[in-house]
Design a protein around this ligand. Sequence first.
Ligand code: NOS
Ligand code: ZN
Length: 358
Amino acid sequence: MVAIRYEDIVKVPKALLHDHLDGGLRPATVVELAAEVGHELPTTDPEALGRWFVEAANSGSLERYLETFAHTVAVMQTAPALRRVARECALDLAADGVVYAEVRFAPEQHLEQHLTLDEVVEAVVAGFVEGSEQAAAAGTPIRIGTLLTAMRHAARSQEIAELAVRHRDTGVVGFDIAGAEAGFPPTRHLDAFEYLQRENFHFTIHAGEAFGLPSIWQAIQWCGADRLGHGVRIVDDITPGPPPVLGRLAAYVRDKRIPLELCPSSNVQTGAVASIVDHPIGLLRDLRFRVTVNTDNRLMSGTSMSREMALLVDAFGYGWKELQWFTINAMKSAFIPFDERLRIIDEVIKPAYGKLLA
Ligand SMILES: O=c1[nH]cnc2c1ncn2[C@@H]1O[C@H](CO)[C@@H](O)[C@H]1O
Ligand SMILES: [Zn+2]
């Protein structure tokens, strides 16, 4: 088999379901925006700041990893700043060969300068539109859907769910909850999830990252999540083989084709897994769970969609066949309408991988 080159991974179309807007800023942009608003950073040298984020996020704990977001959220408090960050996000993902992305953020964290929740969403969506137009003009088209996140330790999920539904025809395609997982079970937000189901809306839940099976079970069986943000701890319900034996929850997740939004580098940094080679993605792919590959936070992990793919190629010897499978899995699991998903699979993804597989 011919070795896969990094530049070819960049060129091939990729689909990304789990990426945080406030976890993907360009270091230089953080520096510029921080200077504008007088926010103090650990360093004002963009390269050193990029390294600082990765090192600080390498904490082995989700709670400490999340502390680094104070510096990005602080510079995302005005409409122009939000719009710029979203525009650059679209451009960066498109330049990395991502053709479809769902990018999430928590509107409630961007109210310090008196924007309303609706203004926050409008600014971000405008930035995605602008960035997508520029990316298309540059020959790297991308479609971006916005997910609105509610913070699980807070009590605004119902409000954010209603906000998401209000903006469903103008760019928002789903809802999520994020933040520290231990101590904040998804059922705290049951009202919001039940409301979203009544509205025929889509949502994913961060579950099974820093906390195990009970969190995944609640997310699916109590809250009705369409997808699992991470969900990596589902392996705790699989007895290693040969052959591996699935417990009832793992079997349910696989049988129902519930998508797992796996984020390899992020999991190593928060201590959810020991290393990339030890990442359960290998086992979960072998068992044909609906596995997808994601970045989580490009800034905190110093990563990109292509880099996550390349790490898996190195660790597990994957080829184009597997990379196509991850990409189609993600596209099948997207929150945009079925016909639009199918069009991207048939007209963009399959032809490109087809050439490489030929
Ligand atoms: O991997 C993660 N697990 C849980 N919460 C996260 C993760 N990455 C980011 N956030 C949280 O989501 C908020 C909105 O984007 C971020 O501000 C961060 O607090
Ligand atoms: Zn996340």
